[in-house]
Ligand binder design. Structure first.
Ligand code: C2O
Ligand code: CU
Ligand code: CU
Length: 487
């Protein structure tokens, strides 16, 4: 049925259809593209240097149809950056687009001026060279633009890539680690085509933003991947602009969750579904039998299905995402270790302050984003407890820059396994309240804010974002430096 829906907040009338979308039974016809590892050079002072160029191009997603796209160092998406804990890194970002944009390092702990948020705009033709020291555990992070009001469009056109971190401990664990072979980046995005073009419209639904009618992985539609090892590690990233996925396999096989947004979990956890809202990551390991095919599917989300989630966020849609095709003989893989790591997370016991964040489509705590307003000031070296509540029933999530937090509670209860590790983004559907423990380790910069926001990009662009600064004990927030471009 097609009916008229009234979008909350925006006051606009949108046409939506309540027909379920399903790509169940897809024939997997294209070999999965694996983003290349970005080359880097190491300077004499030890800094590892990467180049990232934002550029416009075309990509043939389907034979004979060349879709205009944006990408980093290529036509669509970007290479995988990889660095080790303790390393100094620098990324030389150049913008060859005809629009200003930014590059944000999602999940990275780094100085606010290097963060690539709305205050670090890179003008057309300009470049920007952020640098920092990697000081956090091994993790699957990612990068994407963050220009205020235009993030949804920039990501949708193809600007996104992974940033993998390694550390001494992770390097010694017997985990699948051969990139592109038994350790696969899985960047999931939903898409609709209108002729050769991406359709950026919202015909299925108004309140969440764009919901596509099929998915692609690493920019490949209906992808399959031949695997030759018994254990395969999938680094799942929901790089969609609005859609929430509930991943599992069509035969309901169990897999092991080994990592969340900010790093490895304490131990592998056997599960059969993992839910990811936009921006979230999960690392899972799946066991393959010789010659078999395993299909990764996003299932309808009955367990999370409040009204808005199912009807207006496509929560009852089904997508067949990726087919793993096992070779007839498989290389034996070592058993997963019983212990993986100790996530370095605050537990809330030394919290010096509590804050509340009420989420509504129109803004956070009743305020729409203003780039020259600092909403919250935190003290370097302290921990806080943040309580985040969905106040309007529309699906939202909550992402905080610079930190990895611990989810202490979901509606007063212990969080599910996929929310027990290091997190920087957490789903907050209608009626839900989450309690988070965060620690701000600096450096202090009273003039340059970090962001916290809903990662449904239509909401973020529409003002569901706030700014916080980190100051020294007793310090005060400064005056936000006007966004300017770097040449
Ligand atoms: Cu992934 Cu503020 O962003
Ligand atoms: Cu971020
Ligand atoms: Cu939202």
């Amino acid at each position: 049925a097609v009916v008229l829906g009234l979008a909350l907040g925006g006051g606009a009338l949108w046409l939506y259809s309540d027909a379920k979308v399903s790509t169940a039974g897809t024939e997997f016809t294209r070999e999965l593209a694996v983003p290349p590892l970005a080359p880097s050079t190491v300077r004499s002072d030890g800094t590892r240097v990467f180049d990232l160029t934002m550029q416009a191009g075309h990509k043939e997603f389907r034979a004979g149809a060349k879709t205009p796209t944006w990408g980093f160092n290529g036509d669509h998406l970007g290479p995988t950056l990889r660095a080790k804990r303790g390393e100094k890194v620098q990324v030389l970002v150049s913008n060859t687009l005809d629009e200003a944009s930014t590059v944000h390092w999602h999940g990275m702990h780094l100085p606010a001026r290097m963060d690539g948020g709305p205050h670090q705009m890179v003008a057309p033709g300009a470049s920007w060279a952020p640098h920092w020291t990697v000081d956090q555990p091994a993790a699957t992070l990612w990068y994407h633009p963050h220009p205020h009001g235009r993030t949804e469009r920039h990501v949708q056109r193809g600007l996104a890539g992974m940033f993998l971190l390694d550390d001494e401990r992770s390097a010694k664990l017997p985990l699948p680690r051969r990139y592109g072979i038994d350790d696969l980046p899985v960047v999931v995005q939903d898409v609709t085509f209108d002729g050769v073009h991406f359709d950026h419209g919202r015909k299925l639904m108004a309140t969440s933003g764009f919901l596509g009618d099929r998915t692609m992985v690493n920019g490949t539609l209906a992808p399959y991947k031949v695997v030759k090892d018994e254990l395969v590690r999938l680094r799942l990233l929901n790089a969609s602009t609005a859609r929430v996925y509930d991943f599992g396999f069509t035969d309901d096989r169990r897999f092991s969750l080994i990592g969340t947004d900010g790093g490895l979990t304490e131990q592998p956890v056997a599960m059969d579904r993992v839910q990811l809202s936009p921006g979230e990551r999960a690392e899972i390991v799946v066991r393959m039998q010789p010659g078999e095919r395993a299909v990764l599917r996003s299932f309808p989300q009955k367990n999370y299905g409040d009204f808005w989630q199912t009807r207006f966020n496509g929560g009852d849609d089904t997508f067949d995402v990726l087919e793993l095709r096992a070779a007839d003989t498989l290389r034996p893989s070592p058993e997963l270790p019983a212990a993986l790591g100790q996530p370095e997370l605050p537990d809330g016991s030394d919290s010096v302050r509590s804050r509340f964040f009420g989420l509504q489509m129109s803004g956070i705590n009743g305020k729409a984003m203003a780039t020259d307003r600092i909403d919250e000031t935190v003290t370097r070296g302290t921990s806080e407890i943040w309580t985040v509540r969905n106040q309007d029933g529309v699906p939202h999530n909550f992402h905080v820059h610079d930190v990895q937090f611990r989810v202490l509670e979901v509606d007063g209860r212990e969080p599910p396994p996929e929310l027990r590790g290091a997190k920087d983004t957490v789903f907050v559907p209608g009626g839900r309240t989450v309690k988070l423990a965060l620690r701000f380790t600096g450096p202090a910069d009273p003039d340059t804010p970090y962001m916290y926001h809903c990662h449904l990009l239509y909401h973020e662009d529409g003002g569901m974002m706030g700014q916080f600064v980190v100051v020294e004990e007793g310090g005060q927030a400064g005056k936000v430096r006007t966004p300017h471009s770097h040449t």
